[in-house]
Ligand binder design. Structure first.
Ligand code: SF4
Length: 464
């Protein structure tokens, strides 16, 4: 006669009580899970029987049908059992139930682990509004596709699916595998993403309740067709800046194979790695709001590369000087209008915005706060420190310098005469029609608790 050798409960019991109602002699449902009763077990324990301890022979035999029924009725298939016979084969039906319960439980266990890890996501409904551009007809616009996709699919997978099933002319860059191509960048609802890495569920989070994703090519690059952009702008900027490393002579060591290799301290290596942790220069080039309007500007990607090279201890002194000169030049780092904007673009933007701000600070120091940028920084700090408020009149005059002040005589006169629309007598408003401007007086009065402003400045920056 066939009998149950062992029965146990896998992870995932929903404590529905079904098994206890079918076979109360074996199953007892607690608050957390179902347990195998001690009386029927050879080890006498009361738990889920993860150790797969054997049932007592008489229980495994007399309760055979009830245990099979309970396993069959478990809604989440977590009751697993094995059989043993004393010569008689178990019925075909019971054998199938055993086999199925083990297989389904194994599958469900994997599925639960995958779901818990977040690798698989439920199906989501989303509207994709795709930018289209036909270079032959010189026409552009948007096509909208309603798609229903698993949330863990990448944007690239979804675009490929649309191309295969709905519109074979849709053009975009693809990679061979996830994360392998830094050129798959796209702009989705204003966010810059790599299409082969980003999951649809993450994009949907950024789309809000509308569930509409507007997918556009990266800005700052020439659009060749639809979402496909040229890499030429970035390559031309690199060619112009020549951010290639020219190394200095430095001591090396012999490797175990007898080859001479250069060395670097681990702190230098970590610092460089952190500065250069850039997943896509193509994406980075698009983060700048200046690049689309100033074609001669090198862009943040090239400036960042120059700055990293200039900080590399392997770089020669001449190479560093050349790179700093390019960064300081008219198409270098000062051409960028707002580095802070890049900080909006997640980790990549934060890394670069810190690098570029450090670069600007270093260039200001190296050039002793000369030039318009240096004078602006210097007098911004000085005016705030002297009175507690920013004096734009002094700031503009000092930034321009004496020659600049003469060259901008109308503005200088307005500043000197204190034209203002705020706080001045009403006649000033009429003067504003002739020469508009909002200028504070030349000499500011100190603000209340001025010493606190000075203390903050001294804490942050002791240079001025
Ligand atoms: S039938 Fe399954 S889910 Fe319900 S209590 Fe028993 S083991 Fe748990």
């Amino acid at each position: 006669m066939a009998q149950i050798a062992s029965v146990w409960i896998e992870e995932g019991c929903i404590t529905c009580d079904a098994c206890q109602e079918t076979c109360p002699e074996v199953f007892h449902v607690t608050d957390d899970s179902c347990f195998i009763i001690a009386d029927v077990r050879s080890d006498g324990k009361f738990d889920q029987n993860e150790s797969k301890s054997l049932l007592k022979v008489e229980s495994g035999s007399s309760l055979y049908d009830d245990i099979v029924d309970a396993a069959e009725g478990c809604p989440v298939d977590v009751i697993i059992f094995t059989t043993a016979g004393d010569g008689d084969e178990p019925s075909e039906e019971a054998a199938e139930v055993v086999e199925a319960s083990v297989e389904v439980a194994a599958e469900k266990k994997v599925a639960r682990a995958v779901a818990a890890s977040g690798v698989q996501q439920p199906v989501i409904e989303v509207s994709l509004r795709l930018f289209r551009y036909d270079p032959i007809l010189a026409e552009k616009g948007y096509d909208t596709y309603e798609v229903s996709v698993p949330g863990h699919h990448s944007l690239q997978q979804v675009l490929m699916n649309i191309k295969e099933t709905q519109d074979g002319t849709l053009t975009f860059r693809t990679s061979a595998s996830a994360g392998s191509d830094p050129l798959t960048g796209l702009e989705v609802n204003g966010n810059l993403v790599l299409a082969d890495c980003v999951r649809m569920i993450d994009l949907l989070d950024s789309a809000g309740e509308s569930a509409v994703l507007t997918v556009e090519p990266l800005s700052g690059h020439q659009v060749l067709k639809d979402l496909f952009v040229s890499t030429k702008a970035l390559e031309v900027a690199k060619e112009k800046a020549k951010p290639w490393m020219r190394t200095r002579d430095r001591p090396g060591v012999l490797s175990a194979q007898g080859r001479a290799i250069g060395t670097m301290s681990s702190s230098d290596a970590s610092r460089l790695h952190k500065m250069n942790d850039i997943s896509s220069e193509h994406l980075l080039h698009s983060m700048s709001e200046t690049v689309p309007h100033n074609r001669s500007y090198l862009g943040p990607a090239v400036c960042n590369r120059l700055w990293v090279r200039a900080n590399d201890p392997r770089t020669s002194k001449e190479c560093k000087q050349d790179m700093n000169a390019v960064l300081q030049g008219p198409d270098g780092i000062w051409a960028e209008t707002d580095i802070g904007v890049m900080g909006r673009f997640g980790r990549l933007g934060s890394v670069v915005s810190k690098n570029l701000n450090d670069c600007r600070s270093e260039l200001l120091r190296a050039h002793r706060f000369a030039g318009k940028s240096g004078r602006h920084v210097k007098w911004f700090s000085k005016t705030v420190k002297s009175s507690g408020t920013l004096n734009e009149t002094i700031l503009a005059a000092q930034t321009m310098g004496p020659l600049g002040a003469i060259a901008n005589l109308p503005a200088t006169l307005r500043m000197a005469l204190g034209f203002t629309r705020t706080g001045g007598p009403p006649v000033r408003d009429w003067q504003g029609f002739i020469a508009p401007g909002k200028m504070p007086p030349l000499i500011n009065k100190s603000v209340h608790n001025h010493h606190e402003v000075v203390a903050i400045f001294n804490e942050l920056d002791k240079r001025f």
